[in-house]
Design a protein around this ligand. Structure first.
Ligand code: AMP
Length: 229
């Protein structure tokens, strides 16, 4: 929009003709109205907070595309791609996959969806560099993050949930308590500060992540609806 405003000033400055001024104003406002506003949500929270479960519900309710970086990495590991092999070494230890790999993977997933109503970013961004890269990238596509909704769950509850999830998920990074604890430590050290990035621009909302699935969904939707209005 800044560029469009700049163009408008140029046209106004270059033209002493009032009709030309009106035409420029109408063209810009018409263009603005034809670009639908996307709903781009960062669903945030530590491992085991329930991001995956809630994303599945929200994507249906709001017609969004769900992008889970963890799921995309696991898909690549299963299909023994080069990216999967590179990511596996980090994931097995509960460490973050390097930003360079993660950011380019995320961007190439976003562009696969030609006309989305919006995205739910689940597990991304996990570092400040990722948050900044996401903003820059969305800006090139004339859109931005609408809000970050953060699920808040205390640490012992997370560990209990992840060890329990291991029984059905088959994920080795859920099954080993030392790796689980490392993932939470990495979250506290590298990912939690990302919340500040969204707090500064008024886009952050914390949501209690304990209770029934329905209760948590209602809390998330209440926050999301307030952003949509
Ligand atoms: P998740 O399924 O979100 O719990 O992610 C599983 C693992 O994938 C993490 O422990 C990281 O090793 C890796 N991963 C997922 N998303 C990211 C990301 N945004 N940045 C770096 N590593 C990630």
């Amino acid at each position: 929009m800044r560029l469009k405003k700049y163009n408008l000033f140029l046209v106004l400055a270059a033209s002493a003709d009032l009709d030309m001024c009106w035409l420029a104003i109408r063209v810009i406002f018409a263009a603005k109205q034809t670009i639908p506003r996307m709903l781009n949500v960062v669903l945030f929270g530590p491992p085991g907070a329930g991001k995956g479960t809630q994303s599945e519900i929200l994507l249906q309710r709001y017609g969004l595309v769900h992008l889970s970086t963890g799921d995309i990495f696991r898909y690549n590991i299963k299909n023994t791609t080069e990216l999967g092999q590179q990511a596996k070494a980090f994931m097995d230890k509960g460490e973050l996959v390097p930003d360079s790999l993660t950011i380019s993977m995320l961007e190439s997933e976003v562009v696969k969806h030609p006309d989305p109503k919006g995205f739910i970013f689940d597990g991304f961004p996990r570092t400040s560099a990722q948050a900044e890269a996401l903003d820059r990238f969305l800006n090139t596509r004339n859109t931005s993050i609408t809000c970050m909704l953060a699920l808040e769950v205390d640490q012992e509850e997370l560990i209990k949930r992840l060890l329990n999830r291991a029984i059905t998920s088959g994920r080795s990074d859920d099954a080993d308590e030392a790796i689980v604890r490392n993932r939470i430590a990495v979250y506290n050290r590298e990912t939690a500060p990302v919340a500040g990035y969204y707090q500064e621009c008024g886009k952050y909302r914390g949501v209690k992540g304990v209770g029934t699935v329905d209760e948590i969904t209602s809390r998330l939707c209440a926050e999301l609806d307030a952003f949509v209005q």
